[in-house]
Design a protein around this ligand. Sequence first.
Ligand code: IVH
Length: 665
Amino acid sequence: MHELQQRIEKLRDEIRKHDYHYYVLDQPLISDAEYDRLMRELFELEKAHPELVTPDSPTQRVGGEPLKGFETVRHRVPLLSLENTFSAEEIRSFHRRIRERVAEREITYVSELKLDGVSVALVYENGVLVSGATRGNGLVGEDVTSNVRTITPLPLRLQENIPRLEVRGEVFMPKEAFARLNRERDEKGEKTFANPRNAAAGSLRQLDARVTASRLLAVFVYDILYLEGREISTQHEALHFLASLGLPVNPHFRYCSSIDEVIGYCGEWQEKRHELPYEIDGVVIKLNPVAAREMMGSTARSPRWATSYKFPPEERVTRLLGIELNVGRTGVITPTAVMEPVFLAGSTVSRASLHNYDLIRERDIRLNDMVIVHKAGDVIPEIIGPVKEKRTGKEMEFAMPDRCPVCGSQVVRFSGEVAYRCDNINCPARLKESLVFFASRDAMDIEGLGPALVEQLVDKGLVSNVADLYYLNEEQLAGLERMGKKSAANLIAALQESKKRPLSRLLHALGIRHVGLKSARLLTEHFRDIDDFRSLTRENLVAIPEVGEKMAESIIAFFAEPRNLDTIERLKQAGVNTCETVPAAPAGTLFAGKTFVLTGTLESMTRPEATAAIEALGGKVTGSVSKKTDYVVVGTNPGSKYDKAVSLGVAILTEDELLLMLGRE
Ligand code: IVH
C-alpha cells in the first residue's frame, strides 16, 4: 500500500509540474499523449483506491453535485476598487498626490496590464487551494470554490507549503475561447455574451462546475491580501514571490523608476494590446514599496497608492451597406452586416455578425446607417448602434423575410428563442451544412467529404438528403470539379467504410437537436436499434437520468417526421448500420474493456469463478502483469505478480474491492 501511495504522489507531482509548464509558463515539456497517459494512470489508481484520493489531486478539478445556490463569504481584507485616469495628465496628477506624502526617493512604481475579467479572492491553506470567492460588493462575495478549482492554470497546490496565503486575481476568458463560445451559442440560437468579461462572469457563476470547466477560463493573480509567516516589502517582490509558488502571474508587469516610464508603458500597451491572446482595458499603476503605500492609505472605496489608466475605447464609424442572411445546419438564420471596410483594433473590418433580428431592432440599426463598430473581446466586430444624427432619410428599416432567402420556405420562430429558422429540413443551405456535419470526424467520419465537394453535390442535384450519399457511384463523382478517378474511388471507399459506424455516431450525425455525441451514447446504452426510437415516449426517455425534457421532445419530434423516417429507411437499404455495436457497459460496472490479473488465493470464490464473473461483465482476465493491465486482484499469499503490479504502478484490488465492483457486497 505504501508503494502505491508513493506512486500516486509521484504521478500527482509529475502532473502538477506539467500543468505548470503547460498552462502557466506556456512551455509544455511532454506531448499531450504522454500527459494523458499520466493522467489516466492516476485516474485508474484513484478509482481503485478511492480512500487515497485527496482534494488537491489533479484529478479533482471537477467534482460534486451542482449547487442549489452560492454561499456568501466575508473577505478578510476588503477588495477595493481603483480610481480611473484617462490621460497622461491625470497620471501625473496621481503622481503629484503621492509626492505630497512620500519622499521622492521612495517613489517607484510597478505597471501591470489591466485584465478585463472578474476579480476573485483565493485562499490557500498549507499550500492547498481551499476557497475562491467573487469580489461581490468588496466586503462580501460569493463562494465559487468548486468553480475556480476547474480553472486549469490555477494550481490546487502551491509549490511551497505556506501556512496561509490569500491572493487577489482576475478570472478572464481568453479571446479564442470567447469567440468559440459565442459561435457555438449563435449556432444553437442562444444569446451571445457581449464581451469576455460577461462571459467570464457568467461562466464563473455557474451552479454546475462542469459548465465552468467547459468554458476554458484563465486567471492571473496580482495582489497579496494576506500572508502568514513572511514579509514582502514591494509589489515587485510580491509578483515574483507569487510566481515562484507556481501561481499564474501576468509576465508583462514592469518596474518603473519614474512616472515618465509609467506613461511610456501605458502608451506602449495601448498600441500593442491587440497582440495579446486576452483582452486588456488599460494599465494598473501601483506604488511599489509597501511602506510608501501605508503612508498613502486608502479611502473606503479605493487605495490612494494605485490607479488605473483606461485605454480609450476603440470604435470606428462606417456605413452599413447591407445585411446578409446565412442559414445554418439547424436552420437558424443569422444576419451579417456588410460595411464599408474600416481599420479597427489591429485589422480591417467589413463584416459583423448581428446575431439575431431582435438585436437589429433593439439597436434600431437601419440599412445605409452610419454605424459605430467595435470589437467584442478585441476580436469579434460588432455594431454598437447607429449615429442617428447622421441620418439623411435614405435609411431603411430591415425586416426579417417570412420566407427563407435560400429555399423560399416558411421562416419560423420558436417561443423562447431569439433565432428565426428556416423550417425546411431539405433547404439547400441547411442541407449543405448538415451534409458537412454528417461527414465530420465525430459523426460518420467520411474522409474526403468536405464543404467544397458538398457544395457541388447539392448544386448539381446529386444529393438532396444524407441518404443520397450512399447511392452515389464513381462515375458521378469522377465528373465533378477537382475530382479524378482516384479520388472518386477513395470517396466511395470512405462512404463504404462509414456504413459500419455504431448507432450512436449515426444518431449524432443526423443532427437531432439537443442530441450530441455524448447524449447519443447514453441513449444507445438503452435503445440499441434505430427502430427502438420510433416507439419511444416522453416517459421512456426522461426515465434516463441525463435526458431532459427538451432532448426528449426533440427526439420524439424527429422520429415522428415522415421525411426523417424515409431517410432512415434509405440509409438502411444502402447497408448503413443502424444498431449499436459498442458493447453496453452493464449498468454500474467498470469492467468493459478492462484487463484483470488474479494472484493469490481468493476466499469467496475460485479463480475460474472470478474469471467467469469478470468476463460476464465485459472484462478480460490474463495471466501476466504488464503496463496494459488495468487491475491486479490480490488474494492471500500473492505471488510475484503483486510485486510486478506495484512496480509498474498498476491498480491493485483486494478481494473485497473486487466483490464491490461485481456488485456482490
Ligand atoms: S489591483 C487594491 N491589478 O481592475 C488593488 N486590479 O478597476 C486593486 N484588475 O477590481 C486591484 N487587472 O478587478 C489590480 N493587474 C491588476 C488588475 C486589476 C485587472 C481589475 C480588478 C479591479 C479593477 C479596478
